[in-house]
Ligand binder design. Structure first.
Ligand code: OOB
Length: 504
């Protein structure tokens, strides 16, 4: 943002959505006015503000305004519902929620109110359409220290308790700067956002921050559907976009069928968040006339990229290598012991990978020496590229959206018809994985059915993507073979059995 006053940059487009286009000059002005407005409300440096905002220019303005003030955005998603938002707001001791009012037929104002009713620290509910009203005369705010926490990102999580990821200004900017180098982002880059913008991927890999850091342009699409996003590509001559595999499949198939929209300005399509099948990876470049870049990253830090000049088989069959020479990787077995073969659970430390969650949550996620345990099973090729082979059975990766098995189990156990439940991932051709709940019924002659359990989980305040896709009623769970029944072990057994059954 320091560059926003450069004379040559001031009149260039910084951010656009279908309804608004703002130059760097206008963005800088809005950021100053909003920062002052937030301060006038009583939001202080260091205070946490939960954002539940769709892909609009207002998101970018709000995030930079909070940075300017030294307050910490907490990156909620529009799809979050009461259970998630209450958990996030409590864990962050948040003082405010910025929400979109009624958006896509859902009343976020009412949702924010019910969160505020349950979380004492919340003092302000700010609908997006009131941002204009709170804006005030810009003034100087004390600058943050580079090593201060800049914001809280959400962990994909394997437990029911939300884990907040504290990222600092310096660690995050380093990752953005390196990402720009690796991804060739410069002032000519027009970065299109089709994923929910608050996700770490479109935020910083290199994402909106990379594009703005380089003096390029950010275009926000309200939807990843080709019918919505492609006209924006055409209108703004977008050069780069990041997406999850199911969207990449949709775009590829649409292009293969032949489409009227002109997406020839696109140079790079990044695919990440979940494993991109090799078969799909081979089709993306030819179908859309782009260079594919695979991205294996995590909000906790480490991001790996295939390089733009990598051989095509590396691009289509690996998830790339770390962006920084300072990233250190090691592979361990289930007991945390180093493995000699090139495949194991990935642990990492480096300049932009956290060494603890906000408030010290979940110490198990870190080894004794502070390395982050990713939980991902990866293989490292002789060239040093990573191939993601899967992960422990505690988390479902539903097309890039992460579902905590434990969290869903806890909610489903609240249903009268459920005596016990274990949630596992099952393979899915479109999403990569879907969510299956193995249920032992309280009354075997009247087992709960899928629609009922989905409605129940929804009523408990869970986001739509976390509801079970499949319910399978069983008489008993398999024996774990170890005296004490471990849900984690049972999950692994069921995951393995389900995978074996699918192969048959
Ligand atoms: C990104 O971040 P998160 O925090 O939502 O999820 C991280 C997890 C990883 O631990 C891994 O399990 C999975 O998502 N993942 C992939 C993957 N990229 C992420 N699994 C297989 N192949 C890939 N390419 O998802 C994220 C953050 C920054 C950039 C890109 C993705």
């Amino acid at each position: 943002m320091a560059r926003a006053h450069d004379t040559d940059l001031a009149d260039r487009i910084a951010v656009a959505d279908p309804d608004r286009t703002v130059t760097y000059r206008r963005l800088a002005d809005r950021v100053g006015r909003l920062a002052a407005g937030f301060a006038d409300l009583g939001i202080e440096p260091g205070a946490r503000v939960v954002l539940q905002m769709p892909n609009t220019v207002a998101f970018v303005e709000t995030v930079f305004a909070l940075f300017r003030l030294g307050a910490l955005p907490v990156f909620g998603l529009p799809a979050h519902r009461e259970a998630e938002l209450v958990g996030i707001a409590r864990a962050a001791d948040a003082v405010a929620i910025v929400h979109p009012g009624v958006h896509q037929g859902f009343d976020h104002a009412a949702l924010a109110q019910s969160v505020a009713d349950r979380v004492d620290t919340i003092a302000h509910l700010i609908p997006i359409d009131r941002l204009d009203e709170i804006a005030a005369e810009p003034r100087t705010h004390a600058p943050s220290n580079p090593s201060d926490v800049a914001f809280l990102q959400l962990s994909g999580g394997s437990t029911g308790i939300p884990k907040l990821i504290p990222r600092t200004h310096d660690d995050y900017l380093y990752s953005v700067w390196r990402s720009n180098e690796v991804c060739g982002v410069d002032a000519d880059t027009v970065y299109l956002v089709v994923l929910p913008v608050a996700h770490n991927f479109p935020m910083s890999s290199p994402g909106i921050l990379g594009a703005i850091y380089a003096g390029g342009t950010v275009v926000l699409s309200p939807s990843p559907a080709p019918s919505v996003a492609w006209p924006l590509v055409e209108r703004h001559r977008a050069t780069m976009v990041g997406m999850v595999p199911p969207i990449a499949r949709l775009w590829t198939e649409t292009a293969e069928r032949g489409s009227a929209a002109d997406v020839s300005s696109l140079q790079t399509i990044q695919v990440g968040g979940a494993r991109c099948p090799d078969e799909l990876a081979r089709r993306i470049g030819p179908a859309l006339g782009v260079t594919l870049q695979q991205v294996f990253g995590m909000a906790e830090g480490l991001v790996c990229y295939t390089r733009l000049d990598d051989p095509i088989d590396v691009v289509t069959s690996t998830q790339g290598r770390p962006m920084s020479p300072l990233d250190q990787l090691r592979l361990v077995d289930e007991d945390g012991e180093p493995v000699s073969v090139g495949r194991g659970f990935l642990e990492v430390q480096g300049p932009y990978t956290i060494r603890g969650y906000w408030g010290g949550a979940s110490p198990d996620s870190f080894a004794d020496d502070g390395w982050y345990r990713t939980g991902d099973v990866v293989e490292i090729t002789d060239r040093g590229d990573l191939i993601v082979r899967g992960r422990g059975g505690d988390r479902i990766n539903r097309g890039g959206e992460k579902v905590s098995a434990e969290q869903l189990e806890e909610h489903l156990l609240g249903h009268d018809g459920v005596r016990d439940v274990i949630v596992v991932a099952v393979d899915d051709a479109y999403l990569g994985e879907r969510t299956c709940a193995y249920v032992i019924a309280a009354a075997p002659d009247a087992p709960p059915k899928l629609p009922e359990l989905r409605a129940f989980a929804r009523s408990r305040g869970l986001a739509e993507w976390k509801l079970p896709d499949i319910v399978s009623v069983v008489d008993a769970f398999p024996e774990t073979g170890v005296g004490k029944v471990s849900r984690k072990r049972l999950r692994e057994l069921l995951t393995a059995q389900t995978a074996a059954a699918e192969k048959r």
